[in-house]
Write a protein that binds this ligand. Structure first.
Ligand code: KG4
Length: 349
């Protein structure tokens, strides 16, 4: 089965072709340069750029895979969560194509794309043996731990109570004057710095009274204190911004705090839940110190770690078409909701 995937939920315009779940092409146009001057994604700019770029990206994805519209068995498109105006561009294009080509269309949850990205590659995905599985989902807008007894069964067992990890990196980079997006620029600048120079907070370590959330406090994240702590550190040590060496240590320590906060919750979850494998998905899963910590955790526990290949970590359409292929393979029908859903949550199959 050949599927065309389309993804425009935020600031990447992406299209991809998968055949029986194997990735045949994966074209991603990133709008980062357009948003960088503003230090974050500007929705109006994002959706207008999707309009400009999407037709060409779709043609490129088909050409790279060596197929044409007639060869497709169906389409898959992200209908949420994401920016409403951005989602609408991919969604409208996919609906129009589906009608014109008379091919079925599957509406996909962006989070499901990230979750199954760790199974995707040049060969058809094999899910057997990996469940029950724990996934750390970390991106610019999302930080949570999802436990899956089996494919399609999602239990959110931990989540951030304020900022997402990627947001902490993006905002931290802005405070440090390093540019946007924060994750890659922080990782690059931190090279050679001492990650233990400053002990930044790891979030929710002080056991205060009361906990209003239904999820286990030990498995939750908080990054807003970390960001404030960086701000105070820079205010109290103005020399950091002019002394390259000191700044490198601060940046490395800040990155270490984010990676450590993430990895420590994964470790706790692996102790509490029975897991045949654990995974990390989303843009922040590209982070080197985080990958190293998770690999060490895998070695220590003997539980296999699954990471997506770099082109499948940040937003892309191969994960959307690939996850659709996995659902169809499991016997689910093509389903296309009537509208986009900016706040879409994970739903069990
Ligand atoms: O999954 P993604 O493309 O989706 C969102 O748009 O949320 O993730 C983007 C996030 C950004 O916050 C970016 O700073 C972060 O992923 N990121 C990284 C790295 N590369 C991208 N964070 C840490 N280290 C990286 N190497």
């Amino acid at each position: 089965m050949i599927l065309l995937g389309i993804e425009t939920s935020c600031d990447e315009t992406a299209a991809a072709v998968v055949e029986n779940g194997a990735v045949k092409s994966n074209v991603i146009y990133s709008q980062i340069a357009k948003h960088a001057p503003y230090g974050g994604v500007v929705p109006e700019i994002a959706c207008r750029d999707h309009v400009r770029k999407l037709p060409g990206i779709i043609n490129e994805a088909l050409a790279d895979a060596g197929v044409c519209f007639d060869d497709l068995d169906g389409l898959a498109v992200t209908y949420g969560p994401g920016l409403a105006s951005s989602l609408l561009i991919g969604y409208s294009a996919a609906r129009a194509l589906s009608q014109r080509l008379n091919k079925p269309l599957m509406g996909m949850n962006h989070h499901e794309g990230h979750i199954y990205s760790v199974f995707l590659g040049d060969e058809p995905p094999v899910l057997g043996g990996a469940f029950p599985m724990l996934t750390l989902m970390v991106s610019g807008g999302d930080t949570r731990l999802v436990y899956m007894k089996q494919p399609g069964h999602y239990e959110v067992i931990g989540q951030t109570i304020d900022d997402a990890a990627g947001e902490a990196l993006d905002k931290g980079a802005t405070l440090l004057g390093l540019g946007y997006p924060g994750g890659p620029v922080i990782q690059k600048f931190a090279e050679g710095g001492n990650p233990n120079a400053i002990r930044f907070p790891r979030g929710l370590d002080n056991r205060g009274k009361g906990w209003p959330y239904s999820v286990d406090r030990e498995l939750c994240f908080s990054f807003s204190g970390l960001k404030t702590s960086l701000l105070y550190h820079l205010q109290n040590h103005p020399d950091v911004m002019t002394d390259e060496e000191k700044k490198r240590d601060v940046v490395a320590s800040y990155q270490e705090a984010v990676a450590d906060a993430l990895a420590s919750r994964v470790e706790r979850a692996l102790r509490k839940y029975d897991c045949a494998a654990f995974a990390c998905a989303g843009g922040v899963s590209l982070n080197k110190p985080l990958r190293e910590k998770l690999a060490a955790l895998s070695e220590k526990t003997g539980i296999p770690l699954r990471l997506a290949s770099p082109r499948l970590c940040t937003d892309n359409a191969a994960m959307i078409a690939g996850a659709a292929a996995i659902k169809l393979q499991a016997g689910l029908p093509f389903v296309m909701p009537e509208d986009v859903s900016p706040n879409l949550r994970l739903e069990n199959w």
